[in-house]
Design a protein around this ligand. Structure first.
Ligand code: SF4
Length: 369
C-alpha cells in the first residue's frame, strides 16, 4: 500500500512539473508573439513615416515647379518688356528730362545778351528742340548705357538682361543709339553696343511689387573729367572734413573746364571704397535737379558748390559766362577709418536720363522724370 502511495505521489509531482513546463512554454510563446507584434508595429510606423516624408518631398517638388513656372517671364510679357525698354531708350536718347530742361532755360535767361555764353546756351536749346522734334539722338556720343533697376524679391535678373540686350541692339539698328561700344584691347566695334560690362546693370531689390527701370546715357567726354580724391590731399591742404571735400570738388570743376561739355551736373559721393564711391556718385545723378540732400550740411554744400562754381567765370563749354554748373548732388557712404574718398562724376549738358514704372504686364505705367 505504502509503495503504491509513493508511486502515485511521484506521478502527481511529475504531472505538476509537466504542467509548469507547459505554462512556461505558453508564457514564452506569448512573449515572443508580443515581441513580434511590437516589431511589426515599429516597422509599420517607420513605413508610414517614410510615406509621409515622400509625400512631403513630392509636394515640395510640385510647389517648386509651380513657383518657378510662375516667376519665369511668359513670352508675351517678354515682348511687352522689350517694347517698353525700347521706348525708354528712344525717349532717353532724344528728349531732355523736364527738370534738366528747366534749369537749362533758366541758365539761358541768366547769361548776358550777345555774349558767347548766351550763344552757346542758345545752340544747346536749339539742339534739344531739334532732337525732340525729329526723334533723333541729342548728341552723337551715345555714352555708356547704364540701367538702374529696382525690383521685387524673386525677380529674374538674367531674363531681364536678355530682353534689355535685345532692345539695345534694336535701338542701335533704329539709330536711337550710335554704334558706340568697342573692344578695349582691339578697338573692334561689333556695332551692337553689347560687350563685357556694356550695357551696365545695377539691380536693387525693394519692398514694392512693381519694377522701376532708370536709364542713363553718360557721355565719354564728361566721364573723362570725373575724379576721385583720397583725403587728406596735401597739394590743396584738404583735410578729412567738409571743408576738405569742398576744396577738392572745386579743383575738379576747374580742371574740367572746356572739356566736359558744360554746363554740367555733379554727382558726388563722400566715403565708401573706391568702387562703391564711383557707383554711388553716378546714382546721385538719378536725383531730380530740384531736390536737395536730407542731410543739412550736405544740402548746404550742394548749394554752395553750384553758387561758387557759377562765379568762377568758366561758363558754357568753357567760353566764359555765368553758368558752369546746373546742379550738384552729394551723397555719403560709410568708410574705413583709414580711408576718406571723394568720388566725383561729371554729367554734361546732354543729361540723358529717364525712368519708367512698369505695370503688371510690363507696360509703361508711369514716366519717372
Ligand atoms: S560729353 Fe556729353 S555733350 Fe559732350 S560729346 Fe559726350 S555726350 Fe555729347
Amino acid at each position: 500500500m505504502a509503495k503504491k502511495k509513493k508511486v502515485t505521489k511521484k506521478k502527481v509531482t511529475k504531472k505538476k512539473a509537466t504542467k509548469k513546463k507547459v505554462a512556461k512554454k505558453k508564457v514564452t510563446k506569448k512573449k515572443v508573439a508580443k515581441k513580434k507584434a511590437t516589431k511589426k508595429k515599429v516597422a509599420k510606423k517607420k513605413a508610414t513615416k517614410k510615406k509621409v516624408a515622400k509625400k512631403k518631398a513630392t509636394k515640395k517638388k510640385v510647389a517648386k515647379k509651380k513657383s518657378s513656372k510662375k516667376k519665369a517671364l511668359p513670352i508675351n510679357l517678354k515682348k511687352q518688356l522689350h517694347d517698353s525698354i525700347l521706348e525708354l531708350i528712344r525717349v532717353t536718347s532724344t528728349v531732355i528730362p523736364n527738370d534738366v530742361q528747366k534749369v537749362i532755360l533758366e541758365a539761358l535767361e541768366r547769361e548776358k545778351k550777345g555774349t558767347t555764353a548766351e550763344y552757346a546756351m542758345k545752340i544747346i536749346e536749339a539742339n534739344i528742340k531739334l532732337a525732340k522734334n525729329k526723334s533723333q539722338p541729342m548728341c552723337q556720343d551715345t555714352g555708356t548705357i547704364l540701367f538702374f533697376v529696382e525690383h521685387p524679391a524673386g525677380f529674374h535678373q538674367n531674363d531681364f538682361k536678355k530682353v534689355v540686350n535685345k532692345a539695345v541692339v534694336e535701338a542701335t539698328k533704329k539709330g536711337y543709339l550710335r554704334q558706340n561700344s568697342v573692344d578695349t584691347l582691339t578697338g573692334a566695334n561689333n556695332t551692337m553696343n553689347l560687350g563685357p560690362g556694356h550695357p551696365s546693370f545695377h539691380f536693387h531689390e525693394h519692398g514694392k511689387k512693381s519694377i522701376d527701370v532708370k536709364l542713363m546715357l553718360k557721355g565719354g567726354g564728361c566721364e573723362n573729367v570725373g575724379a576721385q580724391y583720397s583725403l587728406p590731399h596735401v597739394p590743396l591742404d584738404a583735410g578729412r572734413d567738409l571743408d576738405g571735400v569742398r576744396k577738392v570738388i572745386l579743383e575738379a570743376i576747374v580742371k574740367a573746364q572746356g572739356k566736359g561739355c558744360g554746363p554740367g551736373v555733379l554727382g558726388i559721393t563722400i566715403g565708401g571704397d573706391r568702387g562703391a564711391g564711383y557707383v554711388d556718385s553716378k546714382e546721385q545723378l538719378l536725383r531730380k535737379l530740384d531736390d536737395h540732400s536730407p542731410i543739412k550740411e550736405l544740402a548746404d554744400l550742394e548749394k554752395d558748390i553750384v553758387e561758387t562754381a557759377n562765379k568762377l567765370g568758366i561758363g558754357p563749354m568753357g567760353f566764359g559766362g555765368k553758368t558752369t554748373l546746373l546742379g550738384c548732388k552729394i551723397g555719403v557712404l560709410n568708410r574705413l577709418p583709414a580711408s576718406y574718398f571723394v568720388s566725383i562724376s561729371y554729367m554734361c549738358w546732354a543729361f540723358r536720363r529717364q525712368g519708367i514704372n512698369l505695370g503688371p504686364k510690363n507696360e509703361i505705367k508711369k514716366w519717372l522724370y
